[in-house]
Write a protein that binds this ligand. Structure first.
Ligand SMILES: NC(=O)c1ccc[n+]([C@@H]2O[C@H](COP(=O)([O-])OP(=O)(O)OC[C@H]3O[C@@H](n4cnc5c(N)ncnc54)[C@H](OP(=O)(O)O)[C@@H]3O)[C@@H](O)[C@H]2O)c1
Length: 344
């Protein structure tokens, strides 16, 4: 079976071409992809900088929404987090890893919630355990995860301060946060001007030189959750080095905080699919969006053939919210069973 896919042939080399796809096993589904997310992880993968990425060549694509092509679930619209492989017209996924998409939610809107929605929900409710009345600092509030974090934190009754480039402050404000520019020196002072006693929660996907400030901005009892290394994209050396530095800091801060008994805590978050919590939380955010209480913040749509353009726009900082690939779903258009697809 063949499928059209965007393939990373090597660092910076993304081409769209036909790929061979193996037939699904009994426990798997053949899915005609309708939308796939574009996110920072793929920018890192394109540079060969994402910890644990496959060897080149491979098909990137962290998440997808599509329609099951055959079997008892044929015609069902499903969502899945794949980590890689979603930038294709057809994919094969384990049936236990997919979640049904509620009716009325467009594929592009749904896909924006798969990895990013679960990440945002779990950061707030499983890691930081945000409470009504707390102040939350969302770093990168204009991005794919950040726009969802902001909305979910506001819905949880928190006051949100969100960092972003000035051109995106209007959007950040629209999602309910007070925007702060992260460029140049003095970010901690700008945050303290809004929260003189410190903040209760910092959600940090940036790491790097400003990571210490994230810790220092915490009020007693505050929680810092680190979940990305956006600022170290162009670092050289071992891919895992920024993570090792951050984890050492987290261990040292927690040890010091225990001695001082100030109640502050730092932790790492990493989204895991295939778990009951992932499926439950994905269903929750999809339902929230279907009910109109959560916006997917999709602001840019590209065809599969424009995957390179989408990646460039994201890495150049030209996207506010979320970029998605809208994919033709060729298998769905065929209305075909697996056998019919042999000659595709
Ligand atoms: N741990 C996990 O399981 C997990 C899961 C999903 C995502 N993530 C992480 O979440 C982060 C966001 O991913 P995404 O796909 O949402 O990215 P995105 O859409 O590209 O958004 C990036 C955001 O970060 C801001 N930003 C970029 N460079 C920055 C810098 N040097 N300093 C401060 N802010 C900066 C951007 O602000 P402007 O555009 O306004 O300048 C934007 O708000 C990434 O680090 C990613 O690895 C982690």
């Amino acid at each position: 079976m063949k499928t059209r896919a965007a393939v990373l042939d090597g660092p910076g080399r993304l081409v769209v071409r036909d790929q061979t796809l193996r037939a699904p096993r009994r426990s798997e589904l053949l899915i005609a992809v309708e939308a796939a997310g574009v996110m920072f992880a793929e920018v890192q993968m394109a540079l060969g900088r994402y910890p644990g990425q496959p060897r080149f060549p491979f098909v990137p694509g962290y998440d997808l929404v599509g329609t099951v092509v055959d079997g008892p679930r044929a015609g069902q619209r499903v969502a899945a987090m794949t980590r890689h492989g979603a930038w294709a017209e057809l994919v094969v996924r384990p049936a236990r890893q997919v979640v049904e998409v509620p009716a009325g939610l467009a594929p592009a809107d749904a896909v924006a919630l798969v990895t990013n929605g679960v990440t945002a929900y779990q950061l707030l409710h499983r890691s930081a355990r945000v409470r009504p009345g707390e102040t939350v600092l969302v770093l990168g509030a204009s991005g794919g995860v950040g726009t969802l974090l902001t909305q979910l934190a506001v819905a949880a009754g928190a006051t949100v301060i969100g960092t972003a480039s000035p051109a995106k402050h209007h959007a950040v404000r629209g999602f309910g946060a007070t925007p702060v520019d992260y460029h140049g020196p003095g970010l901690p002072d700008r945050v303290r001007a809004l929260a003189p006693d410190g903040v209760d929660v910092v959600l940090d996907p940036i790491g790097g030189p400003g990571f210490d400030d994230s810790w220092r901005l915490l009020a007693p009892g505050g929680r810092l959750v680190w979940y990305g290394s956006q600022s170290t994209l162009h670092a050289t050396g071992v891919r895992f080095a920024p993570a090792i530095v951050a984890l050492r800091k987290i261990a040292a801060w927690n040890a010091r905080s225990r001695l001082r008994r100030d109640g502050r805590r730092a932790s790492l978050y990493y989204v895991r699919n295939g778990t009951r919590a992932f499926r439950t939380d994905l269903a929750t955010v999809l339902d929230e969006a279907a009910a109109g209480r959560l916006s997917s913040a999709v602001s840019a749509r590209y065809a599969l053939d424009q995957a390179r353009e989408a990646l460039t726009a994201l890495s150049d900082g030209r996207i506010t919210g979320k970029a998605v690939l809208e994919i033709s779903g060729r298998g769905r258009a065929l209305g075909a069973g697996a056998e019919d697809l042999q000659g595709v």
